[in-house]
Design a protein around this ligand. Structure first.
Ligand SMILES: Cc1cc2nc3c(=O)[nH]c(=O)nc-3n(C[C@H](O)[C@H](O)[C@H](O)COP(=O)(O)O)c2cc1C
Length: 318
């Protein structure tokens, strides 16, 4: 147990949230994180009605939240209604303007968590009514922008302390062990959001070859790129890139995005490789924390390790 404002607000034991990772954070992982003392989130991602139904069912009676990619949710707003019918603890919105959805989320009694990549967007999300801000640095797995966790978190913490002290702050991006948790608390966060480390939890929905590629990689091997959005025909706004482990495909195509857009064969090759778990072609989606991931283990062990290490770190300086 490690008490912070976040554990008090959410009534949990560890100030650790599971990132709602599209395709990887299913109901089994979300409920495992909650049962271990954190709060699990189902990764609603781009939005698939049947998948969402199935994963909420897999989460059983565990208290969980649900995340969506905001710009994509705007194309299928009915998915928010579907998620709210399952009485999630919180709705997690990232990558787009949350304003459109705030009223519905509040009326349903769920907390609103907004993940942001800039101070400007943090201000906007607070004005829109966010209960919790997640400040995401560029080290993060998945999509993001250029600000680093180490400066973005304290800058947002200062802003919140001055203008909206009831809003809570969570740090994200590169946090994979107790050192990252302790450092985040020192930077002014009330807790952490963890993606990459839980992506390598045994309950995650991930191809084992991808896990191996992440274990073999160091943080040096990651690259922020747009190529995998091009090959998957995901229409991401220009400002966002995604972190991935470099491989033969990215060495060939990163920097040649215009050519990739018209090369249907290369696109199909990548998508076939993803289904087959061929990591020389399909890129592994993980952040710089890949260099801190050396094994796949159950979510409870990850939480145990993070909390006990953080306590030692925090005690060392008291
Ligand atoms: C495989 C993967 C998929 C992700 N998908 C999403 C997503 O669908 N929605 C979202 O808000 N964030 C997504 N993220 C980003 C996380 O919310 C979070 O910011 C990030 O994982 C934190 O950094 P870390 O990976 O270093 O822990 C994803 C991250 C990963 C690793």
């Amino acid at each position: 147990m490690l008490k912070t404002r976040l554990t008090e607000k959410l009534n949990i034991d560890a100030p650790i949230l599971l990132a709602p990772m599209a395709f990887a954070s299913g109901g089994a992982l979300a409920s495992a994180v909650t049962q271990a003392g954190g709060l699990g989130f189902i990764g609603g991602g781009y939005g698939d009605k049947d998948w969402l139904e199935q994963e909420f069912t897999a989460a059983g009676n565990a208290m969980v939240g649900c995340g969506f990619i905001t710009w994509s949710l705007a194309n299928q707003p009915e998915l928010l209604t579907q998620a709210l019918e399952r009485s999630p603890k919180a709705i997690f919105l990232s990558f787009g303007d949350p304003e459109l959805f705030v009223e519905q989320i509040k009326q349903a009694g769920a907390l609103l968590i907004c993940q942001v990549q800039t101070l400007r967007d943090a201000k906007h999300a607070i004005d829109a009514g966010a209960d919790i801000i997640v400040a995401q640095g560029a080290e993060a797995g998945g999509h993001g922008e250029k600000r680093a966790t180490f400066t973005l978190v304290p800058e947002v913490a200062d802003y919140i302390a001055k203008t909206a002290p009831d809003v809570l702050l969570v740090a994200a991006g590169g946090i994979a062990d107790g050192r990252g948790l302790a450092a985040s608390l020192m930077l002014g966060a009330d807790g952490v959001l963890v993606g990459s480390r839980f992506w390598a939890a045994s309950e995650a929905l991930v191809h084992p070859n991808m896990w191996q590629a992440a274990i073999d990689a160091t943080g040096d091997d990651t690259l922020r790129s747009k190529i995998v959005d091009i090959v998957r025909s995901r229409d991401w706004p220009d400002r966002y890139t995604i972190n991935l482990v470099e491989n033969d495909f990215s060495k060939d195509w990163h920097g040649r995005e215009s050519a990739l857009k018209t090369d249907k064969v290369a696109q199909q090759t990548w998508n076939d490789a993803l289904s087959a778990g061929n990591t020389a072609i399909a890129n592994t989606f993980v952040g710089e924390a890949t260099g801190l991931i050396h094994d796949v283990k159950p979510a409870w062990e990850i939480i145990d390790m993070m909390v006990s290490q953080a306590k030692i770190c925090l005690r060392s300086y008291s």
